[in-house]
Design a protein around this ligand. Structure first.
Ligand code: HMG
Length: 387
């Protein structure tokens, strides 16, 4: 039985900060960002946008195409959760008015949780083909101002419907994984921003890739040449380039500059202008590949490398399904990105400091253009609005 992603759609916020404005403010050569880390823009969430409103924006176009009462579970992956007890998925469930005959749970392990939720969903469907699981990966990447991580912020959500006989990609059984207790990036409970040992984190990322790849080859017997397209977790696009160089080296494959570009560039177009979206970032990269490769990918194999600091990593693959191009929502993706409004550095800072969900009561000024927004907090309870 084939099981995998039947529909996929991603969302991002209505605002961005250009790294040109950022570089000017910090008096840094902009090429450090454009070339050095391979980033141009960061999507910035206004105070009335959180992972629930981003997730609703990502999921709604999928639900419009199916009987939404057929969703049997929501697996919500995030490290920017809105409550320590109640899952973000239950807020989403209410906002989208889904059937009560549905299970909902939140997944967490840094950027890895999106891949974990997808793998869990495929296991659920293999066990019971009647299951239709809505997987959400949604995050707002936030670091302290004036730290090395500040230029690598961003936000986004990806919704994926996981079913049997999927129309887009069948996820193949067999994967390679790697876990190691390290402190490369973390966010203690009392903090709103992540702490990071930046350079160390890039080393652990590459080490985990080598370990997960080794395990993957032992488990599946597949080689580099069995894979036509490569998707990586993309905290910034240069990291994915380094990952692909490392993988080719470990697999003893020599790539011409043209081959290297063809295997990496299409999956990086969106991430370069959206920024890091933690758990969603790997799947934003997959959407970017689907929308920006001008070739038909039917029957080709795509690999996914998920890395979550701390750290857990997994390498797995899927097979593109014939006719997949008919169900893509590329126009919506492009429109959202193009319609974002640029922020000055001062406007970005105002958004950055205004978010304070520790307050008991607040009504947020309307910045989020919808269709879903966080309207306020009353008696410590978040309430949302459909516009
Ligand atoms: P930094 O100190 O700002 O930058 O840190 P740098 O001085 O290392 O420069 C970066 C690159 O730009 C270097 O190239 C420079 O040579 C180059 P490299 O040596 O890396 O190839 N450069 C220039 N190039 C052209 N023109 C110039 C110029 N100047 C410099 N004028 C760092 C960079 C990535 C460490 C920082 O941005 C950071 O801390 N980011 C956050 C952490 C991160 O993203 N880590 C990635 C791996 S961990 C991960 O992916 C998990 C994560 O998503 C979280 C999760 O799992 O939840 C983060």
């Amino acid at each position: 039985m084939n099981v995998g992603i039947d529909l996929i759609h991603f969302s991002t916020s209505d605002y961005y900060l250009g790294l040109d404005a950022f570089a000017e403010e910090k008096n840094i050569d902009v090429d450090k960002f454009y070339i050095g880390i391979g980033q141009e823009k960061m999507s910035i969430a206004p105070p009335d946008e959180d992972v629930v409103s981003l997730a609703a924006k990502a999921a709604a176009p999928i639900l419009e195409q199916i009987d939404k009462n057929s969703i049997t579970a929501i697996l919500f992956a995030t490290e920017s959760g809105v409550d320590q007890s109640k899952s973000a998925g239950v807020f989403l469930h209410g906002l989208l008015n889904l059937s009560s005959r549905c299970r909902v749970i939140e997944f967490k392990h840094a950027c890895y949780s999106g891949a974990a939720a997808l793998q869990m969903a495929t296991t659920m469907v293999r066990a019971n083909p009647k299951e239709k699981v809505l997987v959400i990966a949604a995050d707002i990447a936030k670091y302290d101002v004036d730290t090395s991580g500040e230029a690598t912020q961003g936000c986004g959500a990806v919704a994926m419907l996981v079913t049997e006989s999927p129309r887009i990609i069948a996820i193949e059984p067999g994967s390679g994984y790697h876990t190691e207790d390290v402190m490369d990036f973390w966010r203690p409970n009392q903090r709103k921003t992540a702490l990071v040992d930046g350079k160390y984190s890039t080393k652990v990322y590459l080490h985990s890739l080598k370990q997960a790849w080794q395990h993957f080859t032992e488990e599946t017997g597949r080689t580099f040449d069995d894979i036509q397209h490569f998707c990586y977790h993309i905290p910034f696009t240069k990291m994915a380039d380094k990952a692909h160089q490392t993988l080719a080296k470990v697999a003893k494959v020599k790539l011409s500059p043209q081959e290297f570009k063809a295997q990496t560039l299409p999956s990086q177009v969106y991430n370069r202008i959206v920024g890091n979206s933690y758990s969603a970032s790997l799947f934003v990269g997959f959407c970017s590949l689907l929308d920006n490769l001008n070739e038909n990918m039917a029957n080709r194999r795509v690999s996914f490398f998920s890395y979550g600091s701390g750290c857990v990593a997994e390498f797995f693959t899927g097979l593109m399904q014939p006719g997949y191009e008919k169900v893509l929502m590329s126009t919506s993706h492009r429109k959202q990105i193009e319609q974002r409004h640029p922020l000055t550095y001062a406007e970005y800072l105002a958004f950055y400091h205004e978010v304070d969900d520790e307050v008991e009561n607040i009504e947020f000024e309307r910045h989020n253009k919808g269709p879903y927004r966080l309207a306020g907090i009353k008696d410590h309870k978040r309430y949302y609005q459909t516009l």
